[in-house]
Design a protein around this ligand. Structure first.
Ligand code: SF4
Length: 292
């Protein structure tokens, strides 16, 4: 395992980043960004401070689906204090969390102080604070405000689709101890067709390189049926050429045809055992530090 800093924080030999850095300055910067929102690469330029909503439909403030100690994350992260935010900057037709990401549920509107209280309440029994969704990116300013009130000394995990803007990446440097990314596609055509997202490859590669320079990185890749050649293999090759065995890659078998997936012939079934084995064997062949 390579998450040395993460372990040092857990063993209290080092402080988490949010306890070391100037959160007031980060708060100011992040609120500036949302006056013409460009927290993610969609760059909707809406004034979130006035309640205008962009592609992600996130409000001016926190909207949270649930908070709980999660035992289903990677073994070295559990129990993980997982905070699920409403909305997403993607619209994946196979989203496994579509009730949250696409606003079929109503979120709980907590204040940053209330969220910080909830975090401190669970902190004793958890190893980290895991910001996820949907997608956490649209909530960055209020996440920073929350961290200002958090008393616990836990590492922060940024669990995201990795479509953040460079400005957001700049801020995350100062608060994310671990980046837990979701690298889905090996080409832009699949990304645009299945997640309604442009320039996927350029942005995801750039953000992974920035993350790698500034924190520890664990990459998740969900194996999609019929996408081993066009997505899984190119993704694993990129990871091998950029980072070798210095990041952990979780090659996940649990895809199921959720949400609108039944309307897309290629992904309207579970991945076969053969496809999964092929993905895992390929990771082995490339010398990746992988788990499943
Ligand atoms: S965070 Fe939401 S509003 Fe802001 S740029 Fe991204 S999609 Fe648009």
């Amino acid at each position: 395992m390579v998450l040395k800093k993460y372990l040092q924080i857990l063993e209290a030999k080092e402080k988490p980043k949010f306890k070391k850095n100037n959160l007031e300055k980060l708060e100011e910067k992040s609120f500036e960004i949302i006056s013409k929102c460009e927290l993610c690469e969609r760059k909707c330029k809406v004034n979130r401070l006035k309640g205008e909503k962009g592609y992600c439909k996130a409000p001016c403030g926190l909207s949270i689906s649930s908070i709980f100690p999660h035992y289903g994350e990677e073994y070295f992260f559990i129990p993980s204090l997982t905070i699920f935010f409403m909305g997403c900057t993607f619209s994946c037709v196979f989203c496994q969390n579509w009730e949250i990401s696409q606003w079929y549920e109503h979120g709980h509107e907590l204040s940053p102080k209330e969220l910080a209280k909830a975090i401190d309440l669970y902190a004793q029994e958890c190893k980290n604070i895991n910001f996820v969704g949907g997608e956490p990116t649209p909530y960055l300013p209020w996440i920073i405000q929350t961290l200002k009130h958090v008393k616990a000394f836990l590492p922060v995990i940024w669990n995201s689709n990795f479509y953040m803007s460079e400005k957001t990446m700049e801020i995350l440097k100062e608060i994310a101890d671990v980046y837990l990314s979701d690298w889905k596609y090996g080409n832009n055509a699949c990304a645009e067709r299945l997640s309604d997202v442009k320039n996927y490859i350029e942005i995801i590669e750039r953000n992974h390189e920035i993350a790698f320079r500034n924190g520890e990185v664990v990459i998740r890749h969900l194996v999609l049926p019929n996408h081993v050649e066009c997505c899984t293999k190119p993704v694993l090759e990129k990871i091998a050429s950029f980072f070798g065995d210095k990041v952990i890659v979780n090659i996940m078998p649990q895809y199921r045809p959720e949400y609108k997936a039944k309307n897309f012939k290629d992904i309207a079934r579970y991945p076969s055992q053969k496809e999964l084995e092929e993905a895992w064997k390929y990771a082995e062949k490339l010398g990746l530090n992988w788990i499943r």
